[in-house]
Design a protein around this ligand. Structure first.
Ligand code: ZN
Length: 460
């Protein structure tokens, strides 16, 4: 999200220091997947396995996304792209076994707020540079690296919430992943996003200079409907709207804003998206933006630094998700405080209070990080620690990135838990993540749809 996003100054991505090892792991991965009949790069996942043969994951422990505790040694049987059975590891089966006996297996992680096409935007200059000096093609190349990185960190699914001026490139990244051309998480994408005229960068240029915008502008209910139709036509899974901007801390400790769309416009956007069986994500950080979004019936509130109690009640009633993106706010606050904008520090304090109230009120919370708004060198699993610091139990934090994310994406039937019949999206870490969520920053095994991919840290 612009306004929170941060930057690497150059937009140049460094591969991890162990990229040689990653290449070797990729080779091993190909060998492993070929052994059970997978890894044909030109065929969609799902057609890639020999359906007749099973492989077994021998997990030292397992958290299935449902139980309150981690189970002991467990065997997970995978055939083609799905989980076939899960049972205690009393005896080793015949057939191919992947030994994860030193690790705890769990469902693949879901980040419900990413920007694979953005390399940070902590200053306006960072953002302008990406839109003015980098071609969409170059930005897409960087996005493929980001997608691979996300998967290696154990995020097997992401909801990518707009391309920040890179058009419909997210649809292409998603398709390339689905077709097995490049490695990456499953994706739902929001394409160009929407805001009203004059509210979104690039801003500050002379009136006679035409500059690109980080969003598609729309004004009036009819025009808003037209833009929703256009974005869905070109491949948007989600419609993303910017509902507010320009934040001010009030004397009573609440956070005020300038709402962008009118309630009438927002209602038209939500109605048009829902008519076409699509959902709406609303960037809303403060009082009026959140209120209008909730009133209009969006499906998720992004960031939500301040949410009034009555709006929380309506979120619970309507089943609207809260995607708090805590860490990026802290990250931006550091940068902007140095640049003389201390309001972001205060916004962080308000955010914590809001998060704690939302937890208590029973608002549905999905894990989302806004990565791309901060540097792609930082593992987004860092967010788990902030959720726990702000009052969640480790189990609640983990659920928000598994069961919660799957529900938000409408994929509870195939993702979010480890159960027979679900897709084999399985990751593994050392030790019990329910004991220490920082372990999620060190994923050592990644399987997506029954195929093993290189993990950021080596499988022991
Ligand atoms: Zn964002």
């Amino acid at each position: 999200m612009q306004g929170i996003h941060t930057a690497s100054e150059t937009g140049i991505l460094r591969l991890p220091a162990d990229s040689g090892r990653a290449a070797l792991a990729a080779l091993i991965c190909l060998i492993v997947t070929c052994m059970h009949g997978a890894a044909r790069a030109d065929v969609p996942a799902g057609d890639t396995h020999d359906a007749a043969s099973s492989i077994w994951l021998r997990c030292g422990a397992l958290w299935d996304g449902r139980a309150v505790k981690t189970a002991g040694p467990t065997l997970v049987e995978v055939r083609a792209e799905r989980i076939v059975s899960i049972r205690p590891a009393t005896a080793l089966p015949d057939g191919k076994v992947i030994d994860l006996s030193g690790l705890t297996c769990m469902p693949g992680l879901i980040d419900s707020h990413t920007h694979v096409l953005l390399q940070g935007d902590i200053t306006a200059a960072d953002y302008d540079e990406q839109l003015l000096k980098q071609s969409p093609e170059y930005r897409t190349i960087l996005a493929t690296v980001n997608a691979r990185r996300m998967l290696s960190w154990g995020f097997t699914t992401i909801r990518d919430l707009e391309t920040e001026g890179a058009g419909y490139a997210d649809v292409d990244v998603k398709h390339a992943i689905e077709r097995g051309v490049i490695p990456g998480p499953r994706m739902q994408v929001a394409t160009r996003s929407m805001d009203v005229t004059g509210a979104y960068p690039l801003v500050g240029y002379a009136p006679n200079v035409v500059v690109p915008k980080g969003v598609q502008e729309a004004d009036g209910a009819d025009d808003a409907r037209r833009v929703v139709r256009e974005q869905i036509y070109h491949g948007a899974d989600w419609i993303k709207v910017y509902s507010d901007r320009s934040y001010q801390v009030q004397p009573d400790g609440t956070l005020d804003d300038i709402p962008t769309f009118t309630l009438d416009e927002l209602r038209a956007i939500v109605d048009e998206a829902h008519r076409q069986r699509h959902k709406v994500a609303s960037h809303a950080m403060a009082r009026q933006g959140v209120h209008n979004s909730v009133e209009a019936g969006v499906d998720s509130i992004e960031h939500g630094n301040y949410i009034a109690d009555e709006d929380m009640r309506m979120m619970v009633q309507k089943g609207i998700f809260y995607v708090p993106t805590i860490y990026v706010g802290e990250y931006v606050a550091e940068g902007r405080a140095k640049a003389g904008a201390p309001v972001w520090k205060q916004m962080g304090e308000i955010h914590e209070k809001t998060f704690r109230r939302a937890l208590k009120a029973g608002v549905k919370i999905a894990f989302g990080t806004d990565i791309g708004g901060f540097d792609w060198q930082i593992n987004p699993a860092h967010e788990f620690g902030w959720m726990v610091k702000f009052g969640m139990t480790p189990e609640q934090a983990l659920r928000s990135a598994t069961v919660g994310g799957a529900e938000l994406l409408g994929w509870s039937d195939r993702l979010g838990t480890l159960e027979a019949g679900k897709l084999a999206d399985i990751v593994a870490v050392r030790g019990d993540p329910l004991g220490d969520v920082s372990r999620l920053e060190h994923v050592r095994f990644v399987m997506k749809g029954g195929i093993v991919y290189p993990s950021a840290e080596p499988t022991p």
